[in-house]
Design a protein around this ligand. Structure first.
Ligand code: SF4
Length: 362
């Protein structure tokens, strides 16, 4: 199968759609991707209409703000209530914690600011040499190196980090073992893979047992990756394939990986809707402990609400439901009035399906 070097080519698109139709198994087959940008491209371009009835394509835990646990949001809110300035990405502001959101804390009078990067938060700390400034660091392997780089660049003493970065391959492996996961294959995320490379999945290969194909974000990239997945499934030999070689190498980005290794230790961390996943996140190495917001502030956290009544985000985030399976979708829960995290984040499946439409059935 030829790689789609020309990204806008109707004939190539038709050929890939034909290949998908021919390669599709007669039995139900579920492909899961773990990237909000993939969901956006799939839904906005209506790519699910090219899939035969037996093939489903769902977003799993690919939205970084959606998988940030309520406990971490509660911690950020309590830090803000001490009088510290909390900086984070805009998508985090309305994600519900146990009692309220960061936006809610701001309406109480807390100083919560949106920034575009960890470097912006350091700038705030430098301007405010007395007040504490905390960067609430969320995201996957794509954003973890930038937080690490900031900590290696001698930030001011009034700066600290509330670390909530996560690693995608470990979550992909964990999802396979959940009851009723029925995951037949993974479309692996293009962005994360530019950092970890295809090697980043190798150590998890034994856990995976399913085809994994790294895909890009153009419609032809995605159709091509799906065709490769179905060919692997037909041949019965799951492996890791790279359908995005113009951006992803085997080794990934060694400089970014070195930053991660210098600043973080691997840790077991909680994912919203999934629970704690072994070795799926980070904690700061001892040398950076003075910048750990969790130890800098003494906090009394509220009782954690583990579930939002009626919200099916845990099932959406584990690819066991699609947004329209939730009775609150587009009724009580909309982007203007979100009930769960998947309707807040611009990369959340519910938010994307609300804006662009999706396919109802699993
Ligand atoms: S529609 Fe709203 S309440 Fe339902 S799963 Fe999505 S975010 Fe949660």
């Amino acid at each position: 199968m030829r790689s789609p070097f020309r990204l806008s080519d109707p004939k190539r698109g038709r050929d890939l759609a034909d290949a998908i139709r021919i390669l599709a198994p007669p039995e139900p087959f579920k492909i899961v991707h773990v990237c909000g940008t993939h969901e956006m491209a799939i839904t906005r371009n209506g790519l699910r209409r090219f899939l035969p009835e037996t093939v489903d394509l769902l977003e799993g835990p690919g939205c970084p703000v959606c998988v940030t646990p309520a406990r971490d949001i509660d911690t950020a809110i309590e830090i803000a209530r001490t009088g510290a300035i909390v900086c984070t990405f805009g998508d985090m502001m309305r994600v519900p914690g146990s009692e309220t959101s960061l936006d809610g804390a701001r309406s109480e009078g807390c100083d919560v600011r949106t920034v575009l990067s960890a470097a912006d938060a350091v700038d705030v700390a430098r301007q405010k040499s007395v007040e504490e400034v905390v960067f609430f660091a969320v995201g996957f392997e794509t954003t973890a190196p930038t937080t690490a780089a900031i900590l290696l660049d001698a930030p001011p003493p009034n700066f600290s980090v509330l670390l909530s970065h996560k690693q995608i391959p470990q979550a992909m492996a964990a999802l396979l073992d959940l009851p009723n996961s029925r995951i037949g294959a993974y479309l692996a995320p293009g962005h994360v893979s530019t950092i970890i490379g295809t090697h980043g999945y190798w150590s998890w290969l034994a856990s995976f047992r399913v085809p994994i194909v790294v895909g890009g974000f153009e419609p032809l990239d995605i159709l091509y990756a799906i065709a490769l997945i179905l060919r692997q499934h037909r041949d019965g030999v799951p492996k890791i394939e790279n359908a995005y070689p113009r951006a992803v190498s085997d080794r990934g980005n060694p400089a970014a990986l070195a930053l991660i290794a210098r600043v973080y230790e691997v840790a077991d961390v909680a994912w919203r809707g999934i629970g704690t996943i072994a070795r799926s996140g980070f904690r700061l190495r001892d040398a950076f402990a003075p910048f750990d917001a969790r130890s800098r502030f003494t906090l009394e956290l509220p009782e954690e609400e583990s579930e939002i009544p009626g919200c099916r985000c845990p099932d959406v985030l584990t690819a066991r439901a699609v947004p329209t399976d939730c009775p609150l979708f587009a009724t009580r829960c909309t982007p203007l009035s979100p009930v769960g995290p998947c309707m807040v984040g611009s990369e959340g499946a519910c938010s994307i399906w609300f804006r662009y439409g999706g396919r109802k059935s699993l």
